[in-house]
Design a protein around this ligand. Structure first.
Ligand SMILES: Cc1cc2nc3c(=O)[nH]c(=O)nc-3n(C[C@H](O)[C@H](O)[C@H](O)COP(=O)(O)OP(=O)(O)OC[C@H]3O[C@@H](n4cnc5c(N)ncnc54)[C@H](O)[C@@H]3O)c2cc1C
Length: 284
């Protein structure tokens, strides 16, 4: 279908974009890469009167080193993230997730911030952001605020972004001494994850001293596998110990059932992928 008619603006600054968003109110919608929004408009599931394109705002694009963190601008494309040396050096688990996200065409148009703001529960980037303890920087009419990854994902396709706000960047703390890994299960290439797991662990002298595990598609938002995290700390980074801890990966989750697998299958996958991700993270 052809989308309903809308006005289009492409502001050059964040301030202009925020003003356009405030002026448009309920009838305005942000577009970044358009990979999720355009299908929605074409199906007429949403019919904004004003579409505000972030693509010309230079300050929202690129990756920079901020000392303690690396900062990924919201409109940095997945393809740009994938080839960025700072991300490769400090957040390799993001590379692992982004290289399996969709296909090359989507990765060249879709953006890091757009995927996170869209908040599809099967999206590949939420769980790595949870595992890396990322922070989301949000600009709005009242100024700028920072939201922890744990608080950003609120519900299905719903985030902490309020009306009139724009996600500007994601800050990922550098964590020397940590290893991280992403395990995604799909039936065919370029598929959304049936289940995926991002694990980040710190190993001191063969013992896991800290652990963060994020789950994809095990509920309406990306989730922390907190019982696994608690069970891992103080244990040796061995197959036996990690397998035992990963057995509780599905605790407190509410996975969907669909043609790709029912909820029980996903619960089983979560335990298997968690074991693999943690062992790989511990060895990386
Ligand atoms: C064929 C196909 C396969 C895909 N497969 C996968 C996959 O396997 N894994 C995966 O994770 N994703 C997948 N995606 C989605 C992909 O990651 C998109 O890039 C992403 O969902 C949306 O990013 P975008 O920049 O295109 O956002 P847009 O489509 O432009 O926007 C999406 C939503 O986010 C809002 N938004 C965008 N940017 C901001 C911002 N900075 N601040 C506030 N709100 C904002 C928009 O208003 C809109 O509501 C797939 C997409 C397609 C088309």
């Amino acid at each position: 279908m052809i989308p309903a008619q809308f006005d289009y603006v492409a502001p050059a600054t964040l301030e202009e974009a925020l003003t356009a968003l405030a002026d448009g109110g309920d009838d305005a919608k942000i577009i970044a890469g358009g990979q999720s929004l355009l299908p929605v408009l074409r199906m007429r599931l949403n019919a904004p009167e004003m579409v505000i394109d972030l693509g010309k705002i230079e300050s929202l694009r690129g990756v920079r080193d901020d000392g303690e963190s690396i900062v990924i601008g919201a409109t940095t494309t997945h393809a740009e993230v994938l080839t960025n040396p700072l991300v490769r050096e400090n957040a390799f688990v993001i590379i692992k997730a982004a290289e399996q996200l969709a296909d090359p065409q989507v990765r060249h148009r879709g953006t890091f911030g757009g995927a996170l703001a869209h908040a599809d529960p099967a999206g590949d980037l939420g769980a790595p952001c949870l595992a890396l303890d990322a922070e989301f920087v949000i600009a709005g009419p009242a100024g700028t605020r920072t939201v922890a990854a744990d608080d950003f994902f609120v519900d299905l396709f719903t985030t902490a972004l309020d009306e009139g706000e724009i996600l500007t960047e994601v800050r990922i703390p550098k964590r020397p001494g940590w290893g991280a890994h992403y395990e995604k299960f799909v039936r065919v290439a370029h598929q959304w994850p049936i289940v995926a797991v991002a694990a980040a662990v710190k190993v001191d002298g063969g013992t896991i001293s800290e652990a963060r595990v994020g789950l994809t598609n095990m509920g309406s938002t990306p989730l922390r596998a907190r019982s696994v995290e608690a069970a891992l700390v103080g244990k040796p980074a061995t197959d036996e110990a990690v397998r035992a801890a990963a057995a509780s990966a599905a605790d407190g989750t509410n996975p969907p059932s669909d043609l790709n697998g029912d909820a029980d299958y996903r619960r089983h996958l979560a335990t298997v992928l968690t074991r693999r991700a943690v062992l790989a993270a511990a060895g990386s």
